[in-house]
Design a protein around this ligand. Structure first.
Ligand code: FCB
Length: 449
């Protein structure tokens, strides 16, 4: 048997996000978020599901942290709900919201679990959406204030901070495709939105550093490798453009201080609201980058898409490939390929894999969940992390998505990503076989193939 081993100080954790697990959507002074509004009013969520209760983590966090401890996980990535801290998005602070996260952080530290905080995992205060949300340049300042208050409160105990979760996903799905909150379909708004996200990231970094001298600060990007559907020149160009739109547009300003030239050229007619000094501001030095990785993407030429002439092949299926319950191709090299880009293109920062995992149609049989396909998936992707380490990529840790089954955005509760199973009627937590396998890995720093 071959053993795959990792460095002793490698951080093994799991990840989750506020809206997907907390519930308690209007408790203890929390304000409404765009996801509260979206799930309550749009018809775009499977079965009309909402995060009103979710995994009830807000009330059960002690139990959840105790389970993490039992499972020997060393770290936990969670996000903070902005409207829990600032119900109107700015101005008045909700002490009870801060206290919740404070108790969560204490529970983690008491259990020897390192917290990694994400400030924005998509639940914008609805009150800010009324002011045009990410389309308003002022949001950079609002985000900076929110970051500052949160870091002031938790910065003496939390060392690992990230600003955004997957900018390109929440901006495209929220403002271009309309499948996520706030459900807007407006290509003209999309690009200002993207720039404001990058600006807000910078304000967040500066604010966290000002409040905590020990903070290590980064952001979380998803950088799916993008493949042309065919070898044709047109498809290859389309793939490059899509990489520019989804990946380089968010990685490059933050990591190397410039927007990609080819994209600026294509987008010239839009007169993007990039002001003098913006890029210098966005290019804050980072202590690390978080990488989320699930799969790769295929793209083809489509002359009907204005300016870009590129389209994602959502239905692309390869005859020999395997797919998860999301319909995402299981393609472990995606993780290696994305990691390598940091070294080859973007200054070689330390990296945490902040999300990786898979949804399968798990079932509880006799009180157990045998999710061998998930273990196989994880082994495949983790071998690629090992391969990247061998190439000198500074990978510091790995956060499995997700600790428990939860609200999977537009898919509601129909997709199970957890290594802990949740019975949505009783809230009973049952570690799946993969959780026990991951416990071994976290304890021993390696696994047998
Ligand atoms: C990522 C999101 C996370 C989860 C996983 C499956 O894009 O960051 O919240 O939904 O996908």
């Amino acid at each position: 048997m071959t053993r795959v081993s990792f460095p002793d100080d490698f951080l093994w954790g799991t990840a989750a996000a506020s809206y997907q697990i907390e519930g308690a959507w209007d408790e203890d002074g929390k304000g409404e978020s765009i996801w509260d509004r979206f799930t309550h009013t749009s018809s775009k969520i499977k079965h009309g599901d909402t995060g009103d209760v979710a995994c009830d983590h807000y009330h059960r966090f002690q139990e959840d942290v105790a389970l993490m401890r039992e499972l020997k996980f060393k770290a936990y990535r969670f996000s903070i709900s902005w409207p829990r801290i600032m119900p109107q998005g700015k101005g008045k602070v909700n002490q009870k919201g801060l206290d919740f996260y404070s108790r969560l952080v204490d529970a983690l530290l008491d259990s020897g679990i390192t917290p990694l905080v994400t400030l924005y995992h998509w639940d914008l205060p609805q009150a800010l959406q009324e002011k045009d949300g990410w389309a308003n340049r002022d949001i950079a300042r609002w985000f900076g204030d929110y970051a500052s208050i949160t870091a002031r409160h938790l910065g003496n105990r939390v060392k690992l901070w990230t600003t955004m979760n997957e900018p390109q996903i929440f901006s495209t799905l929220g403002y271009l495709i309309g499948e996520h909150a706030p459900g807007i379909i407006d290509p003209l708004k999309y690009f200002p939105v993207s720039h404001h996200i990058n600006l807000a990231h910078a304000e967040g970094v500066v604010a966290i550093r000002a409040e905590s001298s020990t903070a290590q600060v980064g952001t979380v990007l998803q950088l799916p490798p993008i493949y042309p559907r065919t070898d044709s020149e047109q498809d290859q160009r389309a793939a490059r453009i899509m990489d520019g739109l989804l990946n380089r547009w968010y990685a490059e300003p933050v990591l190397i201080g410039s927007y990609p030239e080819d994209m600026l050229e294509i987008l010239k007619p839009l007169n993007l609201p990039i002001e003098e000094g913006d890029l210098e501001r966005i290019h804050q030095p980072l202590d690390f980058v978080g990488l989320n990785c699930y799969t790769r993407i295929f793209v083809h030429h489509d002359k009907n898409v204005p300016m870009l002439e590129a389209m994602i092949d959502l239905e692309h299926r390869l005859p020999d490939a395997r797919y998860t319950a999301m319909g995402w191709e299981i393609y472990p090299p995606a993780l290696y390929e994305s990691l390598m880009r940091f070294k080859n293109e973007w200054g070689d920062p330390p990296v945490y894999v902040t999300e990786n995992g898979a949804a399968f149609d798990d079932e509880v049989v006799n009180g157990e969940v045998d999710d061998q396909p998930r273990i196989d998936y994880l082994k495949g992707y983790l071998r690629e992390v090992r391969r990247a380490l061998d190439e000198g990529i500074k990978v510091k840790g790995y956060f499995l998505w997700s600790f428990m089954d939860n609200f999977e955005w537009a898919f509601g509760y129909t997709k199970r990503f957890g290594i802990v199973h949740i019975d949505l009627n009783t809230q009973k937590r049952t570690p799946k076989k993969s959780a026990l396998w991951y416990r071994e890995l976290s304890e021993n720093g390696g696994f047998e193939l």
